[in-house]
Design a protein around this ligand. Structure first.
Ligand code: GRF
Length: 195
């Protein structure tokens, strides 16, 4: 049978609380452009798994060995007819086979204005602590395509917010998360529509 569906099937990869994943799931819930069809996580107890369950979205747990030493994940993504991948708080470096199979179809969000504060080890609170320590007056978010190097793919979108002298790393994180929730889903949609 010919598959007449043209809706883009997104797999969201997340390892944390999943607040971005939730925003993406909600944004596309009634969309004719795309929907979240799978949530992939490397953590059995990640908050994102219960979010997926509440929305009736299937989940897949992966382990490091399977991810890096086999290409089983490609079969899983195929089974769920995934044609776009979104990393939303997923910390493992994407392996070559995944990047090649989803060329310019994997987006990541980074909680800083790349190329500043990116690279290995620059995630979560480490980013915001570094922003604070260097006395930046602004920070923000970067949505970028994923390649085989941490935080180095082409940028798709950036938005910034001010950093006040008295802001703690927690304050900075909170302000950045507001930008993530506001802009990530619509940026994903724009990239899908442009592809
Ligand atoms: C976000 O800050 C994102 O930029 C980073 O990890 C965090 C994930 O938060 N990559 P959540 O799990 O979406 O709440």
């Amino acid at each position: 049978m010919v598959n007449s569906k043209s809706i883009t099937q997104i797999a969201v990869f997340a390892s944390g609380g999943g607040s971005n994943a939730l925003k993406i799931i909600e944004y596309f819930k009634h969309s004719e452009v795309a929907r979240v069809a799978l949530v992939v996580s490397n953590k059995q107890n990640a908050g994102v798994l219960s979010i997926a369950a509440e929305h009736g979205i299937p989940t897949q747990i992966i382990d490091r060995q399977g991810f890096y030493e086999t290409e089983e994940l490609l079969d899983i993504l195929k089974r769920f007819e995934i044609n776009f991948v979104v990393l939303a708080g997923f910390l493992w470096l994407a392996p070559g086979y995944l990047v090649r199979a989803f060329s310019r179809k994997i987006l990541n969000i980074h909680p800083a204005l790349l190329p500043k504060f990116g690279g290995k080890g620059m995630y979560g609170h480490h980013v915001h602590e570094a922003v604070k320590a260097t006395g930046e007056t602004e920070t923000g978010i970067t949505v970028h395509f994923v390649n085989e190097h941490y935080d180095e793919g082409d940028f798709v979108f950036q938005a910034s917010c001010p950093v006040a002298l008295e802001d703690s790393p927690e304050d900075i994180a909170r302000n950045v998360l507001v930008l993530e929730h506001r802009f990530f889903p619509q940026t994903i949609e724009k990239v899908i529509l442009a592809g």
